[in-house]
Design a protein around this ligand. Structure first.
Ligand code: NDP
Ligand code: 13P
Length: 332
């Protein structure tokens, strides 16, 4: 790989991912939508708002001009919120290099269309599906920024392209595995955010490890049910992008989704929880889209249904628990 890598989005994960790429030997240009953030990265090698303790490697630069970042980039990494991706990419698409590989870091499902992020990319950038690579796994950005050992999945229908990205992000602390199950990896990443909201709600309600293990296990069951209905390989859900990310996110106080759930579990409204938390908690919006996707495919997703009711219908979490626990009993 010769050209530089563009990372579009300078939040937690875009910034930490830029460090990985640079540590793997790539030249990286980050696009930050606010000029002061781009300036702090360019001049001081720091992103004070998102990862204040991280000193970025010298191979990372930043700009407030997305076209400048994209020009000449062989690999373009997309690290913006799932619900803004379509609009963002529509502005950038015509500036992409003809064979650029598009890497999606997002873990969400688009509201209204119920599309996965790779589908949004294919539609908006008008590229073939085999040019889109999904990176998903238990990758809490602050831990990665601190250089703690972690693994991930690099998924693409073109395994050659997945291998290219795998090489571009292999470092002594970051171990990527390739996979050709794009659907499974994306669903694992999107649904775990919703289950992490449920886990946070349960935690704040004072429930212990039995309840939390139930949520993780039955959460994984409903994720896999949806995945299989959409054509995913069930084994993907036993891997890093499935169980790995679900367990990592639910058990971590660093998770924005779990933290958001804790606010709801303490009885706060959606608006109060939004004020109290700043960064992107994808599950809050994606739970609506995932519920719609499940209904369209006649897949039962009881935990997702209840998270949606708590988030968007103002249902008391205690009633949501009662609804889940009074469902008809059935074989596992
Ligand atoms: N953080 C993590 O540990 C991980 C996150 N992810 C996923 O990565 C994706 C990005 O998340 P993450 O970096 O954590 O999010 P953050 O909330 O940390 O950062 C969001 C970034 O998107 C920018 N942004 C916000 N609104 C818009 C908009 N309308 N148009 C363009 N850019 C916008 C923000 O800019 P500004 O600062 O100006 O608001 C910021 O740079 C999510 O889908 C998330 O699920 C995946 C794995 C790990
Ligand atoms: O996706 C993540 C870890 O893999 C980050 O989770 P949160 O978005 O909940 O912080």
């Amino acid at each position: 790989m010769s050209g530089h890598v563009a990372v579009l989005g300078a939040g937690s994960w875009g910034t930490a991912f830029a460090k990985i790429l640079a540590d793997a030997g790539r030249e990286v240009a980050i696009w930050a939508r606010r000029p002061p953030v781009a300036e702090a990265i360019r001049l001081r090698g720091r992103n004070p708002e998102y990862l204040p303790d991280l000193r970025l490697p010298h191979r990372v630069t930043a700009t407030g001009d997305a076209v400048e970042a994209i020009s000449g980039a062989e690999v373009v990494v997309l690290a913006v919120p799932s619900q803004t991706l379509r609009g963002n990419l529509a502005e950038w698409a015509s500036h992409l290099e003809p064979d650029a590989t598009l890497v999606s870091l997002m873990k969400g499902i688009e509201l209204g269309t119920t599309k996965r992020m790779s589908e949004v990319i294919v539609e908006t950038a008008k590229v073939a599906a085999d040019r889109v690579v999904v990176v998903s796994g238990p990758n809490l950005a602050p831990e990665i920024a601190a250089g703690q050992p972690a693994a991930t999945v690099v998924a693409c229908t073109d395994i050659g392209r997945a291998t290219l990205v795998q090489r571009a992000v292999t470092t002594p602390y970051f171990r990527p595995y390739t996979n050709d199950d794009v659907i499974g990896c994306e669903l694992g990443g999107a649904v775990k955010n919703v289950i992490a909201l449920a886990y946070g709600i349960a935690t704040a309600m004072g429930f212990g490890d039995n309840t939390r293990a139930m949520l993780i296990t039955r959460g994984l069951a409903e994720t896999a049910r949806l995945g299989v209905a959409l054509g995913a390989d069930p084994l993907t859900f036993a891997g890093l992008a499935g169980m790995g990310d679900l367990v990592g996110t639910c058990s971590s106080p660093l998770s924005r989704n779990r933290t958001f759930g804790e606010h709801l579990g303490r009885g706060e409204t959606l608006e109060q929880a939004q004020v109290a938390t700043r960064q992107t908690a994808e599950g809050v919006k994606s739970c609506l889209a995932i519920r719609d996707l499940a209904r369209a495919h006649r897949v039962e997703m009881p935990i997702t249904e209840q998270v949606e009711r708590v988030c968007h219908e103002g249902v008391d979490p205690r009633l949501a628990v009662r609804a889940l626990m009074s469902r008809t009993t059935k074989p596992e």
